[in-house]
Design a binder for this molecule. Structure first.
Ligand code: ARG
Length: 468
């Protein structure tokens, strides 16, 4: 250990790219937020000049230098140095190359502790907006496919057993609702991240006449932090972000699971497009739902980031501790995985082939009208529990005789209850669906209303975020 320390002191700061530098360096990860770092530094410089902490001339030089660096990075000509630890040091050191000693004034009234978290907050806000737009895109795809399948009937399941008939539109709109909650969650995360920390210094504030309110406005933050110690060490918004990703991934994973089951030879409800499935290297007859499986698999990684982030935070005393450098890895990874999975889910749904006939015959060749027959007797005055037993016996006998409900005549029905009349024969998948017309039900007119509402909601969200 002492050896390692010696070597570390020897190679300290600017140069080098040895083992110890690699250990402490985060540049490979945090260079992702170079734009935020430069925007933050430019705003900070302007504030310093406005408050007469630095001169106008120095301000101009610093800003010109920072803009040159921005160009170098965006055109890939910037030379990253892991010996310089992180994005902040890489940029500041390069600023010396461009403008000399004046570069040293940039870090007046600022610490990397308040700088880094302000950058991360800007990055998180930007990413929340990207996420929201991707979620609404996927919501739109669900609405589109629902619109085309208002009259597509299939069994609805509980326990993966056929339960009651539903329309496919109703089924897909369930995903629309899940995604709506996800979208709202990212809006909340946006608000949590929308707090400006600069001016907190290393931990206790700064001894210069800084204007934090002005800086917040300049950087488009709605709030400033109230307590410098909390400001530099708070990473709750990262946990909230990864939590929102985790729930969204949970929904995408459930969708994937359904896609996998529905595309199986046993179900054949859908066919996944060749662009989103792969062949088996050994079994030529197979198409595997790999893309859906990978969404399901990658969900675990995002949960891992959530646990990782909680674990990083749980033992930290106030205020900044270097452990916090590990936050960005979890934040960036969960964001990029979740966004990729949103794109893939969107591709799957846009290119899916629905096998309407098989869905219908799966519903027909089943006992999914049993609830409706029980309800029929209830409407004639029989208590539900009693009616349930009658219909349960009826279906058991049919199963024994290998017969379907549709084979029953009025006389067969009458053997089970005298309350049955001719109109029981009119019961069908369609009438069953139409009868479920309470708010939120699967009846056509309810689904149509839900579609109209969904389209309006998507429009509002898209408009809101286009302004940003
Ligand atoms: N790279 C560091 C991080 O990501 C920046 C802050 C460093 N602060 C410090 N006191 N060493 O957290």
């Amino acid at each position: 250990m002492s050896n390692m320390n010696k070597k570390n002191n020897f190679t300290s700061s600017v140069s080098g790219n040895n083992l110890e530098d690699d250990f402490t360096s985060s540049i490979d990860i945090d260079k992702q937020m170079y734009e935020e770092d430069i925007i933050g530094s430019i705003a900070h410089t302007k504030m310093l000049a406005k408050q007469k902490i630095i001169t106008e001339k120095d301000k101009e030089k610093i800003i010109t230098g920072l803009l040159t660096i921005k160009k170098e990075i965006s055109s890939n000509t910037f030379e990253w140095k892991s010996g310089l630890e992180d994005i902040h040091m890489n940029i500041e050191s390069r600023l010396y190359d461009h403008i000399g000693e004046i570069a040293g004034k940039l870090h007046t009234a600022r610490s990397r502790n308040d700088q880094v978290v302000t950058d991360v907050r800007m990055w998180t806000k930007k990413t929340c907006i990207q996420m929201i737009s991707k979620i609404s895109e996927l919501q739109y795809s669900f609405v589109k496919i629902a619109e085309k399948n208002i009259d597509t009937l299939l069994p609805g399941y509980t326990h993966l057993q056929k339960g009651q008939p539903i329309s496919l539109a109703h089924h897909f709109l369930a995903y629309y609702e899940m995604l709506k909650r996800d979208l709202n969650r990212f809006e909340q995360v946006y608000s949590s991240a929308d707090v400006m920390i600069l001016g907190s210094g290393a931990l206790s504030g700064v001894s210069y006449p800084v204007d934090r309110e002005w800086l917040a406005k300049e950087l488009k933050f709605s709030n400033i932090s109230n307590n410098s110690m909390d400001g530099v060490s708070d990473r709750d918004f990262i946990i909230e972000f990864i939590n929102a990703c985790s729930l969204l991934m949970t929904h995408l994973s459930r969708f994937s699971e359904e896609i996998i089951i529905w595309s199986s030879e046993e179900f054949q409800f859908i066919k996944i497009s060749d662009n989103f499935s792969t062949g088996s290297s050994m079994m030529p007859q197979k198409r595997n739902p790999d893309y859906a499986e990978l969404i399901r698999g990658k969900t675990g990684g995002v949960f891992g980031s959530l646990v990782g982030m909680f674990t990083i935070l749980k033992g930290l005393p106030l205020t900044y501790n270097r452990d916090l450098q590990e936050d960005k890895k979890h934040l960036f990874e969960s964001a990029s995985t979740t966004m990729k999975c949103l794109d893939v889910a969107d591709g799957i749904i846009k290119n899916i082939k629905i096998n309407k006939e098989i869905m219908l015959s799966s519903a027909e060749n089943s006992f999914i009208l049993a609830t409706d027959i029980a309800d029929y007797l209830v409407k004639k005055g029989i208590p539900f529990r009693e009616s349930y037993v009658i219909i349960s016996n009826l279906t058991k006998e049919l199963i024994k005789k290998n017969k379907m409900i549709s084979s029953l005549t009025i006389n067969d029905y009458k053997k089970y209850s005298e309350y049955f009349e001719e109109d029981i024969l009119k019961l069908s998948l369609k009438t069953a669906i139409e009868s479920r017309n309470s708010v939120g039900g699967t009846a056509r007119k309810i689904v149509e209303k839900a579609l109209i509402k969904a389209k309006k909601e998507i429009k509002v969200t898209t408009n809101n975020y286009e302004k940003n």
